[in-house]
Design a protein around this ligand. Sequence first.
Ligand code: TRP
Length: 452
Amino acid sequence: MPKPPRDAFTTTFGVLVATLGSAIGLGNIWKFPSLTGANGGASFLLVYLAATLLVGLPVMIAETMLGRAARANAVTSFEILAPRGQWGWKAIGWMGFAAALLIMAFYSEVAGWVYAYIFKAVSGEISTIDPKVAGAAFGALVSSPLTVLAWQWVVLALTGGIIMFGVSKGIEAVTRRLVPLLFILLLVLCVRSLTLAGAGKGLAFLFQPDFAKITPAVVLTALGLAFFKLSLGMGTMLTYGSYFRDEQNIPWTATRVMLADLSVSLLAGIAIFPAVFTFGFAPSAGPSLVFMTIPAVFTSMPGGIVFMTIFFFLTAIASVGAILSLLEVPAAILSERYGLGRKSAAVLTIAAIALLGVPASLSQSLMENVKLFGLNPFDLFDYLTSNVLLPLGGILICLFVGWVYGPEKTEQSLSNHGALANRGLIRATFFLIRFVAPLAIAIVLLNGLKLI
Ligand code: TRP
C-alpha cells in the first residue's frame, strides 16, 4: 500500500502550541477542579502531582518519541517499531482508537455545555452568586435532552470541519492565538477570587493536605486525571509526535507542556475554591462545580457579564484544541490504514462519536437510571477511559519502550542522534519508563479497581 504524503507541524513553536492545545482543555478547567473538590482537595493535588512527575511526564516523552520514530498513526507505528512477529503491540493503537471515541462521547457533551454557557452568560441568566439559582440554571440545561444533544452536535460539526482541513493548517491555526488569552483571563479571575471573604478557606482546601483522605480509589483517580490532562495513554501524543520535526527537543517540549498544563489547572483551582467557600457551594458538587462557581466570581466583579462571556468563549476554544487531538487519532488510523481520504475519515469518526454521544448526553435526563456497574453512561465512559484504558495504555507504552524499543534507540531518539547533550536526563527518564512507571501504574490500577 503506498503511503499517503504526511502532513507535519512546520515550526518548533507550532509544535509546542499544538501539543499544549491538546493538553489544555476541559481537563484543566472542568475535570481538575471537580475531581479535586470531590476527592479531598490538597491531598488529592499532592497525589496528582506525584503521578504527573513520576508517570505522566515519562509516558509523555515515551509516547511522543515513538510517534516521531515511526512517523505513522497509533496502530501502524507499532507495526513499524515492533520486532518481527510481535504484532500484538499494535493492540495499543486500537485500544487508543476505542478510548478516543469513548472520551469524545462525553467530552463533546461537556464542550456543548460550555458553548451553551456563552449564551447564558450574555443573557444574564447565570449572573448569580446564589448556589440555588446557579444549580437550577445548570440543571435546566443538562436535563433537557434535545438542547444538550443539539449543542453536542454543534461541537462535533465544528471540530469535524476543522479536522478535514489537515494538520498544519487546521490545528496550528486554531490553537496558536487563543490559549494565552485564556491564561490571562484566568489570572484576572484569580485576583478577584483571592480578594473574596472565603479566600483563606479556599486556599487551605487546595493547599493544606489531609492525608487521611488518600484511599486507593483516590490515587487511581489522580493517576487517571494525570493521563487525561496530558492526553496520554491512547496515542494522542504518539500521533502528534509523528508530526514533530527531527530537530525538536522532545524531553524539553514535554516538560514545558506539563508545566504549562499544571499552571492552568492551578489557576483554575485558585479561581474556583475561594468562591466555593465564600458563596456556600459544595466542593464535592462534581461536574456542575465549575459551571456554578466561575459565574459567581464574575458576578461579584465589575464588568462581570462581559468577562464571563469571554471566559466561556475561550474555554470553548481551549476545548477545540483538545478535541482536535482526540479526533486526530481515529482519523489518522482510518485515513492511513484504509486509504480513506481525510474527509471521509473525519466524517466516519464524527458519526461514530455522535452515536456514542447520545447515551452520554442523555445521562442527566432520559437515561439517568440506565446503569452499568452503578454508573450512568456518562460516568461509565469517563471512568472506563481515565481509570482503566488510559493507565493500561500507559503501562503497555512503557513496557514497549523499556523492554522492546530499548535503551540504545531511546537514547538515539531523545538526543536527536547525539545533537542534544542530555544523556543523564535520558538515562533517568528511561529508568522511570522501564521500571517505575509501569509498576506504579499496575499497583495503583489493581488497588483502585479493588483487584488486589
Ligand atoms: N488533555 C485534554 C484536556 O485536558 C483532553 C484530551 C485530549 C485527552 N486528548 C486526549 C485526554 C487524549 C486523554 C487522551 O482537556
